[in-house]
Design a protein around this ligand. Structure first.
Ligand SMILES: [Cu+2]
Length: 180
């Protein structure tokens, strides 16, 4: 069993993407007058198709800017989402015009609120690893960032984030779906 696990994992690592171990320290990025603080994501179960990306963005400039998209090594699509109440149900939807960060404002992307949505994951996100990507702003342009993958007990942004069974790995043969 462990041989299979190992080879699947090795295969996934070499062919799909380079998820590298990273310390779970705060990390910051600067792009023009924007400061991007501590991009992070959550560990996902092997069956997950989506994951949320979170961070704090501060605009120290005098002009408004917008987070309009991104790229990621770990998913085919990146969207910028917000959470809205639809009756009693919380839903997420894409922000067609991106997320505005006004001059002097600081916006936190967090579970249950604004988030970057990784869609069509090519591999589960594992705690302690990091995921490389780019953020794209309307005016400031593109910046490469790394999301640390954390196991926070925060509310799932994707609505399907409960991973109680993700570590068993029994009889699951999906590439990369097992731990260790
Ligand atoms: Cu979303």
């Amino acid at each position: 069993m462990s041989n299979t696990t190992f080879s699947l994992r090795a295969l996934a690592c070499t062919t799909l993407l380079a998820l590298t171990p990273a310390p779970s320290l705060a990390h910051d990025y600067k792009l023009g007058s924007l400061a991007i603080n501590h991009p992070w994501s959550r560990a996902t179960p092997g069956s997950a198709r989506v994951a949320g990306g979170f961070m704090k963005i501060t605009n120290a400039g005098t002009e408004s800017d917008r987070l309009i998209g991104g790229t990621s090594e770990a998913s085919k699509i990146i969207e910028i989402h917000e959470m809205i109440m639809d009756g009693n149900v919380m839903k997420m939807r894409a922000l067609e015009k991106g997320l505005e960060i006004k001059p002097g404002a600081s916006i936190e992307l967090k579970p249950g609120s604004y988030h970057v949505m990784f869609i069509d994951l090519t591999k589960p996100f594992k705690e302690g690893e990091s995921v490389k990507g780019e953020l794209i702003f309307e005016k400031a342009g593109r910046i490469a960032v790394e999301y640390t993958v954390e196991n926070r007990g925060a509310k799932a942004a994707g609505g399907t984030g409960h991973d109680a069974h993700a570590t068993h790995g029994d009889m699951k043969t999906g590439a990369g779906g097992m731990k260790k």
